[in-house]
Design a protein around this ligand. Structure first.
Ligand code: BGC
Length: 523
């Protein structure tokens, strides 16, 4: 056989193998800007942020009611969500607004104390139960999938008063009871999120003290909270699979992941960036997808605890049984993404100064050329989403990923929010690149948020909505921003122009995993 024939044969084999491999893998095609048929668009909300009616029809107070009422100065504008968007009364209008966008998924959360005013399943508020029945009926009427979050940070105040919250293991049973009630009562829910962003639940509430219940701790309570959050999630998931085997709705916790780019290509900064990723999202993904805490997190907290003469690590350890129980407790990855930062190695802080920041040992900064929205609420760095999607795939396997929150904020002074359309265009094009070019199994997004709402510590000063809400008007009138048109066109055509970025967003130098500067293709 001639050398030429051999080469031709070889090429044929490579070509055929390529076709077969291509068939097996979802990606490695050009990003055409066209959304695959199965790609879901949705919008997201949460109970405390939109419902209002804080003490109506038998609802009990939540820790966020108590937090904002006890000291209004904890919220930038001294506000609270007593009325918020008044969605408790206007839910029909709100579901119609979502439908008007052409989306197929509506994410909402259940207010625990509206259903169980005391937090315990011994007190059921039937009007509250009915409210969510009505809401679900409305969502289904428009053919949308209801995505229900079990816990979006609004613990019943009565449980808190009884000492049952995120540092007390008793939280697990009461939350499993609440979840069981939801599964029995609302089989209509099409997708479940157990806990929303446990990272911020624990950081804001148990470390920085900036969110309810306002506890500050030096690298202790937040880890107890993290440990209990992971265990609670797993307990709910196991109960759901055991007691409701005929229900097909997928379940996961929603985990917020920033993208963290090393400040320089030094080995130290590369390691710092990876450490930061592990302390942020690895802390939640690792126990579920790999088993146990990420090694670097475990090692760092142990080392600093021992050096501070403590008898054990401030990070509670999982037993082998717990590791087994937690591993595999998710049917998809629910990812929230808002931010990209730079990370640099930090000089080791004195060991007696215990804190999450010192455990991480990372200095965070922003590239001065980046667009930073609303006092640092979010940065606009479109490639960040593509990188974080790839990082997740590389670390935890190619599971289905839904971006359960993605969005940007503005100061609410204009309805002409062209920047939001540009933001979504370029982020979504990066998501498509992740799917087509990198083979990441990302299948949907729910945009944060349907409408402007009570933005936690920022009160009503931060505007994430596609619809503007007039909070000065007792009717809380909703007005479409320009980005509503963008969404309508997107959901109708299912196509974006992804050949070049819609704006020249400033980008920093980026490095690949080996520390070599790279130019990220397009966007
Ligand atoms: C939370 C939302 C919040 C959004 C914007 C997420 O951390 O889940 O409740 O409104 O970010 O800050």
């Amino acid at each position: 056989m001639s050398q030429l024939t051999k080469t031709a044969e070889c090429l044929l084999v490579i070509f055929l193998v390529g076709i077969v491999a291509g068939d097996r893998q979802p990606g490695f095609h050009k990003n055409t800007g066209i959304f695959p048929k199965d790609f879901l668009f949705g919008v997201a909300t949460s109970a405390y942020q939109i419902e209002g009616a804080w003490n109506e029809d038998g609802k009990g107070p939540s820790i966020w009611d108590n937090f904002t009422h006890s000291d209004p100065s904890v919220i930038i504008d001294g506000s609270n969500a007593d009325v918020a968007c008044d969605s408790y009364h206007k839910y029909k209008e709100d579901v119609a607004l979502a439908y008007n966008l052409g989306v197929k998924m509506y994410r909402f959360s259940f207010s625990w104390s509206r259903i169980f005013p005391t937090g315990y399943n011994t007190t059921i508020n039937h009007k509250g139960v009915q409210y969510y029945k009505n809401l679900l009926k409305e969502i289904l009427k428009y053919g949308m999938i209801p995505m229900g979050t079990i816990y979006h940070w609004d613990l019943p105040q009565n449980l808190m008063d009884d000492g049952i919250h995120w540092t007390n293991p008793a939280i697990i049973d009461v939350m499993v009871d609440f979840s069981r009630f939801l599964f029995k009562t609302y089989p209509e829910v099409g997708m479940w999120i157990t806990l929303n962003e446990p990272h911020w639940l624990c950081r804001l509430g148990y470390s920085l003290g900036k969110g309810a219940p306002g506890i500050t701790s030096n690298g202790k309570d937040e880890y107890k909270c993290t440990y209990l959050a992971v265990k609670t999630h797993a307990a709910i998931y196991r109960m759901y699979k055991k007691e409701f085997p005929h229900y097909k709705a997928k379940m996961a916790p929603s985990v917020d992941c920033l993208w963290i780019e090393p400040l320089t290509n030094s080995t130290e900064d590369q390691a710092a960036a990876e450490r930061q990723r592990q302390f942020e999202c690895g802390l939640y993904f690792n126990p579920i997808y790999v088993g146990d805490w990420p090694k670097v997190v475990k090692d760092r907290i142990h080392l600093r605890s021992m050096a501070a003469n403590l008898t054990k690590s401030r990070l509670p350890s999982f037993t082998p049984e717990e590791i087994k129980f937690i591993r595999g407790t998710a049917d998809y990855i629910a990812l929230n993404h808002y931010f990209t930062t730079l990370a640099a190695d930090m000089v080791e802080a004195p060991f007696h100064e215990t804190s999450y920041e010192h455990d991480k040992g990372v200095n965070i900064s922003l590239d001065p050329t980046w667009i930073v929205q609303d006092n640092g609420r979010n940065t606009i760095v479109p490639f960040g989403v593509r990188k974080v999607l790839n990082w997740i795939k590389d670390h935890y396997g190619n599971h289905e990923i839904i971006l359960t929150e993605i969005g940007m904020t503005e100061n609410g002074t204009t309805l002409e929010d062209d920047i939001r359309a540009a933001f979504y265009t370029d982020y979504f094009c990066n998501i498509l690149s992740a799917r087509y070019e990198d083979g990441v199994n990302v299948t949907g997004i729910t945009a944060w948020s349907l409408m402007d709402n009570f933005e936690w510590m920022s009160g009503y000063t931060s505007h994430f909505g596609l619809y503007y809400v007039n909070f000065k008007d007792p009717n809380r009138t909703r007005i479409p921003k320009k980005s509503v048109k963008f969404f309508q066109k997107l959901t109708k055509t299912r196509k974006l122009k992804c050949d070049k970025p819609s704006r020249k967003w400033p980008h920093p130098v980026q490095f690949n995993m080996k520390g070599k500067p790279i130019k990220w293709k397009k966007h």
